[in-house]
Design a protein around this ligand. Structure first.
Ligand code: GDP
Length: 626
């Protein structure tokens, strides 16, 4: 975070920080009267001092106070009491002197106060950068029916001047709200499935995940899944405890459940921001937006608006009259009408027209701005990345190059065997797993046993664990995080199986914990031997046998499939295997042939075997790595 960005982003003194045009009430009252002259240098800190109160005394917004506290390593919410000492430091940063109220200056009831970490008192070094701050891109995640869509709608509507609300019809996949002159971009498709599907296609879109938890329902399976998905993406999580208007809302219970997921909220001594909200009444929404600004500020989100634009396709569709349309999120640079766009290196187009999230024609879009564009030659896929290139010739050349690259590229998620051999060769340092079990009770024992296997050299990350069948969402997460899926007494859903096959994600099934642990242990020491499956190729029946120089060959009829020279073979007599080796010679009349199909007669030699009997069946197969 640079001093420059602080200046640029900071609301002006006394500007207040309610959501612009909000139809909801602003944050609880803060005296935003202009300061009188005497108070400019000195402030008197009362006995009980909250963040809001300090902001008031300093004549700045609470968000500004929170930002300054955070920079000094102090997490505090708006209504939380803070230590006088840190308050004095913040005051002095702003060129103000703090006086303590007599008799009360030394009162230090520390219980509810935010402690002051001494080591952070010095002003950090700040470097100046030419990059500009860009709005945060936020995705809403959470369990079904906990209010993700309602929250997105409420935030969108909170940001529209009264009277316009009913007119908003444009849904282009993302929208922006202005909060105290700063902007936040919200992705309009909530849920971790869409979030991870984008990641699986290589797109990193989200800067902050808002985890919605209904206060009357608490953490549910999809909440846990969402937490894992956000964590695996390395995205900061802000919790919105929703539905607090409901009579049976229990905010404390949600905080406790969050702690069980290792998400410690501020009043539990952690640094996770959890804001009670109601998408129905609008309560808490201004606070939520303010905190999103703070987290964005801490994440130091910057981009260069002057470079050629690049970003991600959020949505795409074919319009009967306007042709292929795509909602793009510009991630760096500025996209302009007339730009030549290369999408996923696979097709290209020219930006003919561009619309903002309210459906207005626009001429350019900078970093973190979503726009719908016309002019692509094909319908893109959500998650495709795009770049602006100098001209059509460059775009064509790049598409041609890409097609060649595609033919040689085999993008594939690693298998346990791959990782084992990489570890053996000293090339891999980590193993990512997704664990699905039949029942909840199996998760912990497996988790604990696996965690014990981690060693200094190889890191084991359990990206996600849960009970139930293996879903498409699990496979997406595996693609996005290059993980292997372990199913314990559970199977993949057909669609998940199909996706895993086409994307090369390994799903390994186990029925015995011991075997599962053993395989992972072997993998982590580079000792896992590849497992093979037999693929049956065909059968032939022995109808005669002939002596040749080096033994005997069988005169055969190929019953089904095929026989190939070199293929693995087993000789079956009365259903029992009497010999296993390979096809050493294959002849059609006198001629050696590579392969004979069903229905043909041929002479077959079997490596190391000459004891053919009429009526023997020879089975041909090959082995493939699982
Ligand atoms: P999603 O599945 O997470 O997108 O949840 P929805 O936004 O569709 O909301 C599910 C249900 O909860 C709907 O009936 C909403 O009206 C209701 N709901 C959402 N937010 C609130 C809230 O803050 N308070 C109350 N009382 N109901 C809410």
């Amino acid at each position: 975070m640079t001093q420059g960005s602080l200046g640029r982003n900071s609301p002006k003194k006394g500007s207040g920080f309610k959501v612009q045009g909000s139809r909801f009430p602003p944050s609880p009252t803060v005296n935003r009267e202009p300061m009188n002259r005497e108070s400019l240098d000195e402030i008197v800190l009362p006995r009980s001092l909250t963040v809001r109160h300090l902001a008031d005394l300093l004549g700045i917004t609470p968000i500004e106070v929170i930002k300054r506290l955070m920079r000094r390593g102090v997490m505090a919410s708006i209504n939380q009491s803070i230590d006088h000492e840190i308050a004095a430091v913040i005051a002095s940063d702003l060129g103000r002197k703090a006086k303590f109220q007599p008799d009360e200056s030394r009162v230090k009831s520390q219980e509810s106060r935010v402690p002051l970490p001494d080591s952070r008192l010095s002003t950090p070094e700040r470097s100046v950068s030419r990059l500009v701050t860009r709005p945060a891109v936020v995705t809403i995640l959470g369990h079904v029916d906990h209010g993700k869509t309602s929250l997105l709608d409420a935030i969108r509507h909170s940001n529209v001047a009264d009277g316009e609300v009913g007119e908003i019809t444009q849904h282009i996949g993302a929208y922006q709200v202005a909060v105290d002159r700063q902007k936040i971009t919200f992705i309009d498709t909530p849920g971790h499935e869409a979030f991870t599907a984008m990641r699986a296609r290589g797109a990193r879109v989200t800067d902050i995940a808002v985890l919605v938890i209904a206060a009357d329902d608490g953490i549910m399976p999809q909440t846990r899944e969402a937490i894992d998905h956000a964590r695996s993406a390395g995205v900061p999580i802000v919790v919105a405890i929703n539905k607090i208007d409901k009579l049976n809302a229990d905010i404390e219970r949600v905080k406790q459940q969050l702690a069980e997921q290792n998400l410690l909220v501020e009043d539990w001594g952690g640094d996770v921001i959890a804001i009670p909200v109601s998408a129905k009444t609008g309560e808490g929404l201004p606070d939520l937006l303010e905190y999103l600004l703070i987290v964005a500020e801490l994440a130091e989100l910057t981009a260069n608006p002057d470079s050629p634009a690049a970003g991600v396709v959020l949505e795409a569709r074919l319009d009967n009259t306007r042709g292929p349309l795509a909602t793009l999120l510009v991630q760096r640079g500025t996209l302009k009408i007339g730009d030549t766009l290369l999408v996923a290196s696979a097709h290209w187009g020219k930006v003919k027209a561009m619309f903002d999230h309210e459906g207005r024609l626009t001429g350019s879009a900078g970093p973190s701005v979503p726009v719908e564009i016309m002019g692509l030659s094909k319908v893109a896929f959500a998650g495709d990345t795009f770049t602006v290139v100098a001209n059509e010739r460059k775009a064509r050349a790049r598409v041609a190059e890409f097609q060649v690259e595609q033919q040689i590229r085999t993008p594939k998620s690693p298998t346990l065997d791959d990782i084992s051999s990489q570890i053996r060769a000293g090339e891999s340092k980590g193993l990512n797993l997704i664990i699905k079990t039949d029942v909840d009770g199996s998760i912990e024992p497996i988790r604990r046993s696996l965690e014990r296997l981690e060693n200094e050299d190889v890191r084991l990350r359990i990206i996600h664990s849960g009970s139930g069948t293996i879903t498409e969402s699990d496979v997406m997460l595996a693609i996005a995080s290059r993980a292997i899926i372990i199913g314990f007494n559970t199977r993949p859903e057909p669609r998940a199986s199909h996706l895993a096959d086409s994307e090369g994600v390994e799903i390994r099934g186990y029925q015995i914990i011991y075997r599962l642990i053993e395989d992972i242990e072997k993998t982590m020491t580079g000792m896992l031997e590849p497992t093979y499956v037999e693929i049956l190729e065909g059968h032939a029946e022995v109808r005669a046998s002939f002596a040749v120089r080096h033994g005997k060959i069988a005169g055969c009829y190929v019953i089904d499939g095929k026989v190939s020279r070199g293929s693995l073979a087993r000789v079956l007599r009365n259903g029992q295997s009497v010999h296993e080796s390979s096809v050493s010679s294959l002849k059609h009349f006198k001629e050696s042939v590579p392969e004979m199909a069903a229905g043909s007669e041929c002479g077959i030699g079997i490596e190391g075997f000459s004891d053919f009997a009429i009526g023997d069946i020879i089975e041909f197969y090959r082995k493939e790595k699982q």
